[in-house]
Design a binder for this molecule. Structure first.
Ligand code: BEZ
Ligand code: FE
Length: 292
């Protein structure tokens, strides 16, 4: 072993640690950890933490781990508010222009949601302002994608998902899976989603508070849209009138995903789609890029 890095010093700290990785069984792990070590040491050298600050960092990570269970993933929330989730997403979803852009998945998606018929409502409790959602799934040339799976979930009028309030909200409230028809079309009834605060009762919330940062997410509807032969997209539709568009706590907003929610006062149309009048409507179009 090289004598210059045998004993640890402040100056050679990175080389001293890296020199112990000689013959890794997992070469990708070694590549990632070399980078982690390099950047961690750079942070420590830049920040020069006191012992108390180092302990606070350890306590923060410990509390973040303790907050995690089947229903709560505080580490993902941490990744979200640091912009890391969106960066990983951007790197992994470089698509040809014209395809719908991805955004953050978030922690509230569930599997096992019922398949629904076009025109069905996804609101199980009927609370909130009625919203009619209609749209099409196409390829980049505009050709309809029939049989695409449109998996949607959203917060209610009060800003909570059903799985955040399982004692208050019916299971699968404001969730549904739709299959596009021969024109690539789908349509359903929902309620207008509200902006909401991401969970702030854990260490991540405390950190945001300490930084003077907001925990709000602008009003949105989540979608995962997939079809054989196409790249799956995980995305949102954002309400163009929401006042929180510019300071989304998790950096999920992209200009191409901002959509107008229209107000309708049309009793005939409302009756034909089994909506109360007046009602909101939004067009939800998705462009899938073929797998290469
Ligand atoms: C969401 O949109 O459901 C979400 C995304 C990231 C963090 C928390 C919630
Ligand atoms: Fe959400």
């Amino acid at each position: 072993m090289n004598k210059d890095v045998y004993y640890f010093t402040e100056e050679n700290s990175v080389e001293a640690v890296l020199s112990r990785i000689v013959d890794p069984k997992n070469t990708r792990l070694a590549e990632v950890m070399r980078s982690v070590i390099k950047h961690l040491h750079a942070i420590v050298k830049e920040v020069e933490p006191t012992y108390v600050e180092w302990e606070a960092a350890i306590e923060f990570l410990t509390a973040t781990g303790k907050m995690c269970d089947d229903r709560r993933q505080e580490f993902i929330l941490l990744s979200d508010v640091l912009g890391v989730s969106m960066l990983v997403d951007a790197i992994n979803t470089r698509r040809p222009s014209g395809a719908t852009e991805n955004t953050v998945l978030g922690p509230f998606h569930v599997s096992g949601v019922p398949n629904r018929e076009h025109g069905d409502t996804i609101s199980q409790d009927g609370l909130g302002e009625p919203l009619y959602v209609y749209g099409r799934v196409t390829d980049p040339s505009g050709k309809p994608v029939a049989g695409a799976i449109v998996d949607t979930w959203q917060a209610s009028h009060d800003g909570f998902y059903d799985n955040q309030k399982p004692d208050e909200k019916p299971e699968h409230n404001l969730r549904g899976i739709f299959i596009t028809d021969e024109n690539g079309a789908f349509w359903y009834r929902a309620v207008k989603p509200s902006h909401y605060g991401i969970p702030n009762d854990g260490p991540v919330g405390k950190m945001l508070e300490g930084l003077g940062r907001d925990n709000m997410r602008p009003a949105h509807i989540h979608y995962i849209v997939s079809a054989p032969g196409y790249e799956t997209i995980t995305t949102h539709l954002f309400d163009s009138k929401c006042p929180f568009l510019e300071n989304d706590a998790v950096f999920g907003v992209k200009e191409s995903l901002i959509t107008e929610f229209e107000q309708n006062d049309d009793p005939e149309k409302a009756a034909s789609i089994k909506m109360e009048n007046p009602f909101w409507s939004v067009e939800a179009n998705f462009v899938l890029s073929p797998l290469s």
